[in-house]
Design a protein around this ligand. Structure first.
Ligand code: 3H9
Length: 692
């Protein structure tokens, strides 16, 4: 074995050269890997003893894509297209031997080889769309030639990997190797190619899967139409469709050139920068400054959940799905029955959609124990309280839990606002207490705010942080403050939205502006969906707010057919002139003058105070880093990924601009807009939140 460079080795077995890439953790296509591949293949070409080449990767995976950390920085030769040319134009067959994940540029390397062999557990995909990109090294031109444009677009637009068996069925790989014997099988495969004088198969020359689609633009139109909602706001989707259409209609070299041009343009776009930022933000969120790998974690074999309402049920499902048994506790049989019926129905619906088998539904339900006896929680390693937001009730529950839970058990509250330290203080073991704030629907939303109390032990925090990915969540560690990170910032937006409608913007205008910005829905549509009467009581309501008036009239949101909007039978929303009149009268009674309000003002009034609050959260150390706040907003509140989260968005707008607008608003509307000191400081230094 000889070393080509620090990340690539070259060896020869019989007549087969093996170029091994070894660049942990994921063999991404850094300069060294590109160089290793090119020099390795060239060496094999020049070596008279060699008749075929195998490209193999060491470690846990084949090449997982371009090196994302290199994006946006000056690029050093050799460039990927030149590497791919060297592979494809080799005169001796090149075989890609694949294990782990062959993604993005890594899959494109494999598609350039003349043959592909993979172990059954290998996975393939073009996830560039998730980074606001399209494949930029031939993926949009070669994959359609192997599997047809529709299936290729399915892979490219979903960004979701597919398995080796599908790859074999679809003609993406030529052979399956035995699990764990990839090297031997790939060498044997290469030897057979030599013995059979097998041709140098170049995917670029294939046409049989493209020909049937030629002259049929309706194929692409149908894909656009079917996904219009999903694609809204994103730049890369349309480019991906266009590029695959090029594969069908243009000569290969022209298709490649166009693909490269679109890829490069997207690489420089704010959208792709935002999505790349989130890729690293999601991974950074898992790291907690003072907690290293040496911090011991506790085993979690059984979880207790207190409360079988919507939240409790959803929380329980996360653990049941991850194979962890759950004891669900309620105070009445009716509540327990209702809760368990919802869990079962949710699973059965998933099964109906084909995303789970009926056996899996049964398995999950069998992991669920139901009880009215609080003492059953004694068996649990982690107990999560999920009753409604009432401090007295939560304190009572934790006091009782303290007497029941086994020593060392983790005691968590799913509170979305309340003081976790005050809750912890009701127990004799505040070091075992923390917040686990799930987002509704808790079985779907990926965010988990992990609320670190003043006394929470490192081991308890490390355990919950490690548990988050096991139950499909991205855990973000936050400090104790009212509403933590997400709801504390949301309150700023809600306050301004409420003020804006009094000042003359309609609820539909506010909702439209925020939906156009890319949020799934605006605050008023959201209130209607959630129900205006959450936390409202008919007995104490005195028409003191617009919400009170609407609820008193029976307009309690979608469920009653009317709220801020009117709803038809299919729950389609229609603006209500009646509500506009209510708001006008209310504003007049309060002495608020109404005026025309521009879309720009609506957006800035709703978004900038939220960003300002994010800056205060950072100042106070309630979030570890600005990117954690971005993760919270993208995963928990539907902030558009192509805008990277509120703090990243502020960076793209420019902190000086955000600061100036806040100061304008402060001068007009008062100190609710007073800029955070951190924002003032960064704006003065020309800094950004990302680099703060
Ligand atoms: C592309 O290929 C463009 C081409 O079409 C055209 C080029 C011209 N680069 O996720 P993990 C790091 S676009 C740099 O925790 P897992 C990651 O940050 C690219 N670094 O592990 C983490 O670092 P740290 C298309 C990368 O086992 C560590 O590796 N490819 C890259 O759960 C471990 O990652 C993709 O989009 C990278 N490409 O999952 C694939 N990938 O430990 C992106 C990972 O410091 N990657 N890192 O936090 C993935 O989807 C997952 O990482 C993978 C492994 C499934 C591979």
């Amino acid at each position: 074995m000889t070393s080509i460079n620090p990340v690539a080795d070259y060896s020869v077995e019989g007549e087969v050269a093996i170029v091994t890439i070894n660049s942990p953790p994921v063999n991404a296509l850094s300069q060294g890997v590109r160089e290793g591949l090119k020099l390795g293949v060239e060496k094999a070409e020049a070596d008279p003893a060699v008749a075929a080449t195998v490209i193999l990767c060491a470690g846990r995976t084949f090449i997982a894509g371009a090196d994302i950390t290199e994006f946006g920085k000056p690029h050093a030769a050799p460039y990927l297209p030149d590497v791919l040319d060297a592979i494809e134009n080799a005169k001796k067959p090149v075989v890609a031997a694949i294990h782990g994940t062959s993604l993005g540029g890594g899959f494109e390397v494999a598609l350039t080889a003349h043959y592909r062999i993979a172990v059954p557990s290998a996975r393939f995909g073009l996830p560039e769309i998730k980074l606001g990109l399209i494949p930029g090294a031939g993926g949009t031109q070669r994959l359609p030639r192997l599997v047809g444009p529709e299936r290729a677009l399915d892979v490219i637009l979903s960004g979701t990997p597919f398995g080796a068996r599908d790859a074999k069925d679809w003609g993406v790989v030529d052979a399956l190797a035995e699990e764990g014997k990839l090297r031997e099988d790939a060498i044997a495969f290469a030897r057979r190619l030599v013995a059979d004088k097998a041709p140098l198969n170049k995917v670029r020359d294939r046409d049989e899967k493209l020909a049937p689609a030629r002259g049929k633009p309706e194929i692409f139109e149908a894909i656009r139409k079917a996904n219009a909602r999903k694609f809204r706001g994103f730049e890369a989707w349309e480019k991906a469709i266009l590029s695959v259409k090029n594969a069908v209609e243009l000569p290969f070299d022209q298709g490649i050139a166009e693909e490269r041009a679109m890829f490069m343009a997207l690489l420089g776009s704010t959208q792709s920068k935002a999505q790349r930022h989130l890729f690293f933000a999601e991974r950074a969120a898992a790291k907690i400054a003072d907690i290293g790998a040496e911090t011991p974690t506790k085993p979690i074999h059984r979880v207790g959940v207190i409360g079988a309402g919507t939240m409790g049920g959803g929380i329980a499902m996360n653990f049941l799905s991850a194979g962890i048994p759950v004891t669900l506790v309620e105070t009445s049989k009716e509540a327990l029955d209702r809760g368990v019926a919802i869990i079962r129905r949710n699973y059965e619906n998933t099964a109906k959609k084909g995303r789970m088998t009926l056996e899996q539904v049964v398995e999950r339900m069998e992991r669920l124990s139901l009880t009215l006896d609080f003492r059953a929680l004694a068996e649990a390693d982690l107990v999560i309280e999920a009753v409604y937001e009432n401090m007295d009730l939560k304190k009572l529950i934790f006091e009782k839990l303290d007497g029941v839970a086994k020593p060392g058990a983790i005691l968590a509250s799913n509170t979305s606002y309340l003081d976790v330290d005050a809750i912890a203080a009701t127990t004799k073991r505040p070091e075992d207490v923390l917040g686990m704030h799930f987002f509704s629907p808790a079985n779907v939303m990926r965010l988990l705010e992990i609320v670190r109390g003043a006394k929470t032990s490192k081991s308890v925090l490390a355990t919950v942080a490690a548990l988050a990915p096991k139950i499909g969540k991205v855990g973000v560690t936050v400090g104790v403050c009212h509403g933590f990170v997400g709801n504390r910032m949301l309150a700023e937006r809600q306050r301004e939205a409420g003020k804006l409608i009094l000042e003359g913007a309609t609820p539909w205008a506010v909702d439209r502006v925020l939906a156009d910005f890319g949020l799934p829905m605006g605050p008023f549509a959201m209130s209607d969906l959630a129900g205006l009467d959450i936390g409202w009581s008919a007995e104490t309501s005195k028409g003191a707010t617009i919400r009170d008036i609407l609820c008193e009239e029976g307009r309690r949101g979608q469920k009653t057919g009317a709220g801020f909007y009117d709803y038809d039978e299919q729950r389609n929303a229609k603006p209500s002139a009646h509500v506009e009149a209510i708001i006008r009268a209310f504003a007049a009674a309060k002495g608020v003058a109404q005026r025309e309000i521009s879309d720009a003002e609506i957006l800035e009034r709703c978004i900038y105070p939220l960003i300002n609050e994010g800056a205060k959260i950072l100042e106070e150390g309630k979030a570890q880093r600005a990117s954690d706040i971005d993760v919270v907003w993208v995963m928990g509140y539907g902030w558009p990924v192509y805008r990277g989260g509120p703090m990243f968005y502020a960076d793209t707008v420019g902190l000086k601009t955000v600061l100036e607008r806040l100061k304008d608003f402060q001068a007009t509307f008062g100190d609710e807009f007073k800029p955070a000191a951190l924002l003032e400081k960064l704006a003065a230094e020309g800094g950004t939140f990302s680099k703060a």
